[in-house]
Design a protein. Structure first.
Length: 284
């Protein structure tokens, strides 16, 4: 398991405790790749002694951390996990079992969106987002994915890009991805409109970067017409209007960043505040 961690003192222990809670001694090889940290992230990782392999990367770079973690890891299948995600060893094993059953090259548990504490606008946006093919068609990414040895061979090393989750998702066609429904993990979206626009702006810039560098990758999620969602009676007109507005706001913000030549990584902090206990989060 490779966990890239940049200033993750508020969530890293929760992530590690969740993994280790149901794991047998020696069952998991956990690598924390601390990159550019100025908080207690390294100290927290060290406190787990021989249960965690700590790799330190001087620069604050997720792709550098992922590659450093890869070099320190020795086994497959290999899990890549964001430090703000909580998931159990049993959930990881269920994904591996599903991948072996189906022959998939990449997989993840089923994602559940935690909308507790989110504003009405954020809730409205995610009601639409959860009906898009990105979410419904064997989702991998959004904080966790598992690669087989063959899947990793296709990936090679992680390129210097903004959105590794989407890159890995798009590298594999739907039939090469697997979702385990036996376990779920919670995705914590931004709680506020400002946080949501910030995250969607980053996602949009990441997608444009992928298009420029790699063209149309085989697993790119298909577009879906808003009228199709209305016909399914899964979302309301007001939800669609909110979704469209957020998309426009993110496009405007992305254009401004590109005009300024701003390549900074903006992280929404509202989704990391006041975490619940693990037992309330990972759903069996």
């Amino acid at each position: 398991m490779v966990i890239p961690a940049h200033n993750e003192e508020s969530v890293l222990a929760r992530c590690l405790d969740a993994l280790l809670a149901g794991a047998k001694p020696g069952e998991l090889e956990i690598v924390v790749a601390a990159n550019g940290c100025t908080d207690r992230t390294v100290e927290i990782a060290r406190s787990y002694s021989d249960r965690v392999i700590l790799v330190e990367v001087a620069e604050a770079s997720k792709h550098a951390a992922l590659n450093a973690g890869d070099r320190a890891a020795s086994v497959f299948p290999r899990v890549y996990l964001d430090a703000d995600i909580t998931v159990s060893a049993a959930a990881v094993q269920s994904v591996i079992d599903e991948m072996q059953r189906t022959g998939a090259l990449v997989g993840a548990p089923r994602a559940v969106i935690d909308l507790d504490g989110c504003s009405p606008i954020v809730r409205s946006f995610y009601r639409v987002w959860c009906e898009t093919p990105w979410f419904t068609d064997n989702l991998v990414g959004s904080g966790i994915y598992v690669l087989s040895a063959a899947g990793h061979a296709r990936l090679g090393s992680f390129p210097a890009i903004t959105n590794d989750d989407q890159y890995v998702h798009d590298l594999f066609a739907s039939g090469e991805r697997a979702t385990s429904n036996a376990h779920q993990f919670l995705v914590r979206p931004p709680r506020t409109l400002a946080g949501l626009v910030k995250r969607r702006t980053r996602t949009l810039l990441g997608q444009r970067e992928l298009d420029r560098r790699f063209g149309q990758l085989p697993g790119r999620a298909r577009r879906i017409a808003m009228l199709e969602l209305l016909r399914r009676r899964r979302v309301s007109v007001s939800d669609l209007l909110v979704y469209a507005l957020i998309a426009k706001m993110a496009a405007f913000a992305a254009a401004r960043k590109q005009q300024r030549g701003d390549h900074s990584w903006e992280r929404d902090e509202t989704s990391r505040a006041a975490p619940a206990k693990f037992g309330q989060e990972e759903l069996g």
